[in-house]
Design a binder for this molecule. Sequence first.
Ligand SMILES: C[S@@+](CC[C@H](N)C(=O)[O-])C[C@H]1O[C@@H](n2cnc3c(N)ncnc32)[C@H](O)[C@@H]1O
Length: 301
Amino acid sequence: MNGTCMDRIEILSVELLDKHRSLVEELKQLANRLGLEFGWHYLLDLTWIISWLGDFAGKNILDGGAGSGILQWYLAHKGATVYSVDRESRANLPWRFRRWVKVQGLRPSDLNPPMSAVVNALRSSGAITMRLRSAYQVLQGPWRSISPENEKSPGIVWIYNQDLQQLVDIADNSVDAVVALSALEHNPPSKLPIVVAELMRALKPGGILLATLGAARDQDWFHKPSRGWCYSEATLRNAFDLAKETPSNYGRYDELFEALRNCAELKENLAKFYFRSGDNGMPWGVWDPKYQSVGVVKIKE
Ligand SMILES: C[S@@+](CC[C@H](N)C(=O)[O-])C[C@H]1O[C@@H](n2cnc3c(N)ncnc32)[C@H](O)[C@@H]1O
């Protein structure tokens, strides 16, 4: 297969933060507003993906392994139609996201109406009482018709709870771009090519796939705290079916990792959840990155 001149493998440099300063600040503010905390390298991943996307207003974008992550809300707020795919159910998606942009289920089972989502969330947390339940019965009708504040937001997020290996409801050649932020690494090296092939099937010819994953210096390894794989350059080349001339900066692995370890901004902005346990990527909030992020760009021919 011939590669295109845009395809590449790029370990993410911390220089991205200063290079895209206004975007970084905008993302921090949006996260604050939505009550979202970032994984320790997400600012890099987000900045890299969004800066590669260029002008995406009015485009159809598939966010693979979206969870309730900020990327989909950002893209839809700026005018994209986002297909938000994840194997974890978001049926009870909190109201704060629905206020920000229009959100719908691709199928009825993908997203519960706002009030039943609230009740289900309370029920599963054990907080619901008989009184709340009867209040819900009363509120069901009128509240369902309340329009979200976001009616002016031009985009929409379609929630689709599905495994990326088989996107049965997404037609061939139907999306302008595919993004996957720190998601594909939750698939073992043997499964990664299947996921990538399915994402490429959905992409229109000429469309761009932008994925960030964990990078491994020499050999694939599994990072237990984040339950994610770190992949070697060879594994990525194979999984994304990249031509041998596709450029890569894996040769700068050590130098880029050193700069990451010394990155004061990421260190000082560690999310609060890291400080609450010793069983995460930064136990008890001590800055000590064990891997770095790598971005893959692939254009569909
Ligand atoms: C670390 S989270 C990142 C979520 C989101 N991209 C963000 O920026 O916050 C990874 C997500 O990818 C999803 N994921 C990984 N592999 C998947 C697959 N094969 N099918 C569907 N979802 C997948 C997981 O369920 C999880 O929600």
